[in-house]
Design a binder for this molecule. Structure first.
Ligand SMILES: C[S@@+](CC[C@H](N)C(=O)[O-])C[C@H]1O[C@@H](n2cnc3c(N)ncnc32)[C@H](O)[C@@H]1O
Length: 204
C-alpha cells in the first residue's frame, strides 16, 4: 500500500518545497533558540493567499525574526504594496530588520515596535489581509481593533488556534457578525506544534 495511505504525515512532509539559504538559516535558528515560527508550509500558504487575494496592504501581528514577514512582504511587494508588522521585543524587531534587509525586502516592510494593542490604535488601515501570531491570550483583545482596520471582505488568518489560550478568540469569531470564520485543525509539516489549528476569517 502506498506511503500516502500508510503514513500520510511523512508523505506530506516530503512534499514541502525547497527554501533559500536565508529562510533555511532562520528555520534552523528558530529550532535552536526555541523561536516559534510558522515554518515553510504555513508560510507558503500565507504567500499564496496574499497573492491570490491581491493583498496590497498587509498587517502582521508578531514579527519575531521576520520569517513569516519575509513571505508576506514578498507577496505584498509583488502585489505592488507593503507589509506593516508589529513586534514588542526590541531584540526581535532588530533581528527582523536585519533579515528583511538580507532578503532585499526592507523597502516593502514597516516594523512597528511596541504592544500590538497600542500600535493598532495608531494604525488607520484599511488592510487587505491580517496575519495574527502574537501571544494567544491577546488574540481576543486585538480582534475588535483588527475588525476596524481591515477592509470589508479582507482576510484574517490566525495561527495556533488549537491552543487553549485561543479559545476566547475562536468563540468571539464564531459569535461575531463582523466575521465569517473557518477553523482548520490540521497536520502542518514543519509547523510547531504540528497538530494545530489555523483560523481563516473574512470581514463582512
Ligand atoms: C509566534 S512569534 C511570531 C512568529 C512569526 N510570525 C513567524 O512565524 O516568523 C510571536 C511574536 O510575537 C511577539 N508578541 C507577543 N505578544 C505581543 C504583543 N502583545 N504585541 C507585540 N508583539 C507581541 C513575541 O515577542 C514574538 O516575537
Amino acid at each position: 500500500m502506498s506511503d500516502m495511505i500508510l503514513n500520510p504525515e511523512s508523505y506530506f512532509r516530503q512534499l514541502v518545497g525547497e527554501r533559500d539559504d536565508l529562510l533555511k538559516e532562520l528555520e534552523l535558528e528558530a529550532e535552536n533558540q526555541d523561536i516559534p515560527i510558522i515554518g515553510p508550509l504555513v508560510a507558503e500558504l500565507l504567500y499564496v493567499l496574499a497573492r491570490v487575494t491581491g493583498a496590497v496592504s498587509i498587517l502582521e501581528l508578531g514579527t519575531a525574526t521576520g520569517y513569516s514577514g519575509i513571505y508576506l512582504a514578498k507577496a505584498a511587494a509583488e502585489n505592488g504594496g507593503k507589509l506593516v508588522t508589529i513586534e514588542w521585543s526590541r531584540e526581535m524587531a532588530r533581528r527582523a530588520a536585519k533579515n528583511f534587509q538580507r532578503a532585499g525586502l526592507s523597502h516593502a516592510v514597516d516594523i512597528c515596535e511596541g504592544d500590538a494593542l497600542e500600535i493598532l490604535e495608531s494604525l488607520e488601515g484599511p488592510f487587505d489581509m491580517v496575519f495574527l501570531d502574537i501571544d494567544k491570550e491577546f488574540y481576543v483583545k486585538v480582534l475588535p481593533r483588527i475588525g476596524d482596520v481591515i477592509k470589508d471582505s479582507g482576510l484574517l488568518v490566525a495561527d495556533n488556534v488549537g491552543f487553549k489560550d485561543a479559545d476566547a478568540f475562536n468563540r468571539a469569531i464564531a459569535d461575531s457578525s463582523r466575521w465569517k470564520g473557518v477553523n482548520l485543525f490540521a497536520f502542518l509539516p514543519g509547523h510547531s506544534p504540528e497538530k494545530d489549528g489555523l483560523c481563516f476569517a473574512m470581514a463582512q
